[in-house]
Design a protein around this ligand. Structure first.
Ligand code: MSP
Length: 513
């Protein structure tokens, strides 16, 4: 039976448009989905938008639109952005979808009937940006929200509460028993620290007198559901909508940024236990992108827009930069200059160069026809070994989310192939007619190197892999076969296509920045 894996991004708030942070999460999830699919696993990849709550109601009002009109518009922008970025999600969920609304109400009804919801007085310091209460200890020394650096508002009103604390010990035990439940370890430790303090019960309603934009509480029409209690349930409601819960839950791999650790490491598992569902398989937490050394913000004018970068450099160059530059779990900085440097070094001089030299020489010396690769010399065997090693290392690093190391491993093999061309010097040998069979063998090996490189990069750089596949004249089914042994992909006589410039060298950032 093939492995099953359910990959999720957070649901993005529709108060802002897609930026580098959300693009990063979607690129990782898309790459991982493609990686597992390529290896025969059954994957379900879901992304979507988080549309209820105070923040969205406020933003819609500021835009002079009804919440519904506003969320429809921005949600469509998210979807269109991911589509133009080639993000291959299986399901795009919106928290305003009727099936999601029904699912949330069903869970609330069940938990209420089981006695896990009670009515009480709610008071505390609330950050509308985060849509959650903060304890005094969590605030900065000036009493500000640590994410938004804004003063939280004091709220005090009667509301419904979920008996979250009842499940605290059980969640802590599960987290202690499974070192892989939250990754990387630093975030697991942070979550454990949160679970050592009293977590209290969770206020899960808002009075309609103050906020109507939400899912109505099924047992009290005067209240709507707290946005996080609503949004977190998408991870199961989205499967339910597709009749896939049994198939994919609990094979869930959630991907989130570090600012929403508490809601995912504390609220979500307690909710699952109360709903009688098993916990997810992994909560994978990544760091933050800054832009030119500063927090990205509209007022600083340094918000990085994915579609602009895609238009300037191509989506694969952006994907490569994001995956190669950020160590999963740590913070990283974005500048166009850094992207251009990586582009030139790794894509133009590395993979691009290997492709253009190989195909150009195959056409110059053999009219694009693949020759016999025998007899193999030791330098040829070393090249094959370099790619076998890259493939093993990729399979070690990607499941551990060390995308940067996986790509580094592949690029070591690509560099080895470029060095192989220098070392074996087919362009010099070709001057001697008697050496032509050896030239043919060398180019056959380079063609194999390109084929394997294209297969290995396919989940991360899908457009590039497709262009290489076409350049190599390989049928899709043959290209999909990762088990194809080295030396067997091309029979002598196979025709290669004309070389194409995959990554033309860039002088400086295209924006002139
Ligand atoms: N709606 C909630 C998530 C609900 S999931 C059931 C939310 N939305 S958000 O739009 O504010 O943030 C979405 C994601 O973007 C979060 O994972 C957050 O960490 C991530 N990022 C926001 N800014 C970021 C960077 N500058 N860098 C990396 N990721 C960042 O929270």
């Amino acid at each position: 039976m093939s492995k099953r894996i359910f990959i999720t991004t957070p649901l993005y708030y529709v108060n802002a448009e897609p930026h580098l942070g959300s693009t990063y999460t979607n690129v990782i999830c898309d790459s991982l989905s493609r990686y597992h699919r390529q290896r025969g696993s059954e994957v379900f990849f879901m992304t979507g938008t988080d549309e209820h709550g105070e923040k969205i109601a406020q933003t819609a009002a500021e835009a002079g639109k009804s919440p519904k009109e506003f969320v429809d518009e921005v949600s469509a922008t998210f979807r269109a952005t991911w589509d133009s970025c080639g993000i291959q999600y299986d399901h795009f969920i919106r928290t305003s979808d009727p099936h999601h609304v029904r699912f949330v109400q069903d869970v609330l009804t069940r938990i209420h009937a089981a006695g896990d919801i009670y009515f009480g007085e709610y008071s505390g310091l609330y950050c509308v940006g985060c849509e959650r209460l903060y304890t005094e200890k969590e605030l900065t020394s000036d009493g500000l929200c640590p994410q938004h650096l804004t003063t939280p508002i004091e709220v005090s009103e009667p509301n419904y509460f979920f008996r979250m604390e009842k499940y605290q010990d059980e969640v802590r035990r599960r987290l202690q028993a499974d070192p892989e439940l939250i990754r990387p370890e630093g975030f697991r430790n942070e979550a454990l620290a949160m679970l050592r303090e009293p977590i209290g019960d969770l206020c899960i309603s808002r009075p309609k007198a103050r906020l109507t934009w939400g899912i109505e509480m099924p047992f009290d029409r005067d209240y709507v559901t707290y946005v996080w209690f609503d949004a977190l349930l998408n991870y199961v409601s989205g499967l339910e909508a597709n009749g896939l819960t049994e198939r994919f839950w609990p094979a869930a791999n959630h991907f989130i940024g570090k600012d929403i650790l508490k809601t995912h490491a504390v609220f979500w598992p307690t909710m699952l236990l109360a709903a009688g569902l098993p916990l997810f398989q992994h909560l994978n937490v990544h760091g933050f992108w800054s832009s030119g050394g500063q927090k990205m913000s509209k007022s600083l004018g340094n918000v990085v827009k994915p579609l602009e970068l895609r238009d300037r450099y191509g989506m694969d160059a952006l994907r490569y930069f994001l995956l190669r530059e950020m160590v999963f779990g740590q913070d990283a900085d974005f500048t166009e200059q850094a992207l251009v440097t990586r582009y030139n070094a790794d894509l133009a001089n590395g993979l691009g160069n290997l492709a253009s030299r190989t195909l150009a020489m195959a056409h110059r010396y053999f009219a694009g026809v693949v020759q016999d690769s025998a007899p193999a010399e030791s330098v040829d065997r070393r090249l094959a070994d370099a790619f076998a090693r890259a493939s093993r290392e990729l399979d070690e690093h990607v499941p551990a989310l060390a995308f940067h190391r996986g790509l580094e491993a592949v690029w070591r093999a690509i560099d080895a192939a470029n060095k192989y061309i220098v070392e074996t010097a087919p362009f010099t040998l070709a001057k001697d007619r008697a050496a032509l069979p050896r030239v043919g063998a060398i180019l056959h090996n380079c063609t194999e190197a390109l084929r394997v490189a294209a297969q290995l990069v396919a989940p991360f750089l899908p457009d590039t892999a497709e262009r290489l596949r076409e350049g190599l004249g390989l049928a899709a089914a043959r290209f999909a076969d990762l088990e194809l042994p080295w030396g067997e992909a091309f029979v002598p006589g196979h025709r290669l296509e004309k070389p194409v410039a995959l990554f033309p060298r860039l002088d400086r950032p295209a924006s002139g920045a």
